[in-house]
Design a binder for this molecule. Structure first.
Ligand SMILES: Cc1cc2nc3c(=O)[nH]c(=O)nc-3n(C[C@H](O)[C@H](O)[C@H](O)COP(=O)(O)OP(=O)(O)OC[C@H]3O[C@@H](n4cnc5c(N)ncnc54)[C@H](O)[C@@H]3O)c2cc1C
Length: 355
């Protein structure tokens, strides 16, 4: 249930294990967070300590080159994936203390990071604003174009005969013999869309809107709640090669895709599923980018901006587990790291479900 990057990549891995798979989405495939995302692959960014989930981000990053090259082969499509590194800049003591605290956790997870002086920082990113700073360099951080990953997954799935059902808003997963009936409720009424032996609930920030079988309530722990955490991204054309590593300061990040497009973001808002971008937030992101990297944007370049709904989650790490005594797997709450985690989540689920 749900054709974002989590549902699509899981379907791909399941089909490779010989399973008959269908993906149902309420709208179009990968039209929500997975399309809105930046595609930064930066493990350990959200880690508060050495937890299994923090380790998954590191493992996911390590598997990305193979994931991308296998997916390119399976789809015949190009995927912009670059191991470009990232420079985290701190302009005051408070920001530096935050970076240092995160660095200590990341090093325990095996993430490579080192302090770089101003001269090396400016060599890596010549456009950095004048004035003093301290910085950390993450040589293994990378970027991928999530839209290209999703497009490649869709083609790969079609090639192996996975059924892709769009505009099917699943309302309930109901017990049905040895398996489940997947119920859809839309303008044409309530009906059974399909029957399945196993179900993966991967509807991102909407996952709790799908009703689970009533008997699930007697098992603890209860499925954790997911909630939309809205973020803005802004895109502008740039000259290819203007910015090689990712530049970051506080929660701002800026990077460039191979074709030259510059991407900058983001923010976090808890405003439900409001799809209207806030021009003031867009202005703020552009101003901060301009202050960090003056002259990066061509003066007359047009902006395009959008919002997306990260599947936020209570507690640390995604809700990724089988419900006791059911063949239903929860796979939501990947929050700020779903693009990074997709290969790891998909491999884990496929291993469990096909066992
Ligand atoms: C601005 C922004 C920047 C981001 N940057 C990064 C980044 O740099 N790196 C990173 O790793 N992650 C990033 N993320 C996070 C990442 O996008 C998400 O973690 C990831 O896309 C989640 O994937 P998903 O498949 O779980 O959810 P989604 O992509 O939201 O997919 C869920 C799907 O379920 C469908 N659905 C909803 N309700 C139903 C229903 N009732 N029945 C059937 N289908 C349903 C939806 O239509 C949707 O297609 C970013 C997110 C945002 C918003």
């Amino acid at each position: 249930m749900g054709g974002g990057i989590i549902g699509l990549s899981t379907a791909w891995r399941l089909s490779q294990r010989g399973m008959r798979v269908a993906v149902a989405d309420a709208r179009i495939m990968a039209g929500e967070a997975s399309m809105a995302a930046a595609g930064m692959l930066a493990p350990g960014g959200e880690a508060h300590g050495d937890s299994p989930w923090a380790r998954h981000t590191v493992e996911a990053r390590a598997t990305y080159p193979d994931f991308v090259s296998e997916l390119k082969g399976a789809s015949g499509l190009e995927i912009d994936f670059r191991e470009c590194g990232a420079l985290d800049v701190a302009s005051n003591d408070e920001a530096w203390a935050e970076l240092a605290a995160r660095r200590a956790i990341q090093e325990r997870l095996g993430i490579r990071v080192r302090e770089v002086g101003e001269a090396e920082g400016r060599e890596l990113i010549p456009l950095l604003r004048p004035g003093s700073f301290r910085a950390l360099y993450y040589p293994d951080d990378a970027i991928v174009d999530p839209c290209q990953v999703n497009a490649a997954l869709e083609v790969a799935l079609k090639r192996v005969g996975v059924t892709l059902l769009i505009h099917e808003p699943v309302s309930a997963i109901e017990p049905d013999g040895d398996g489940y009936a997947i119920r859809v409720d839309d303008a044409s009424g309530c009906r059974v869309l399909l029957r399945a032996g196993s179900v993966v609930l991967a509807a991102g920030a909407w996952s709790n809107e799908i009703t689970l079988p009533g008997r699930v309530a007697s098992h603890l722990p209860a499925p954790r709640r997911t909630m939309p955490v809205r973020g803005h991204l802004v895109e502008r054309e740039g000259t290819p090669g203007a910015l090689l590593p990712i530049a970051r300061e506080d929660h701002l990040y800026v990077f460039q895709r191979n074709r030259g497009t510059l991407l900058t973001g983001s923010n976090e808002e808890r405003v439900g599923f409001d799809r209207t971008p806030n021009p003031a937030v867009v202005e703020q992101i552009l101003d901060r980018t301009d202050r960090l990297l003056p002259g990066l944007f061509a003066p007359r370049a047009e902006n395009s901006s959008w919002v997306g709904f990260r599947p936020g989650i209570e507690g640390e790490g995604p809700e990724l587990r089988r419900l006791p005594e059911e063949r239903i797997w929860l796979a939501y709450g990947h929050y700020r790291n779903g693009i990074l985690l997709a290969p790891r989540t998909a491999a884990y689920l496929a291993g469990e479900i096909a066992e």
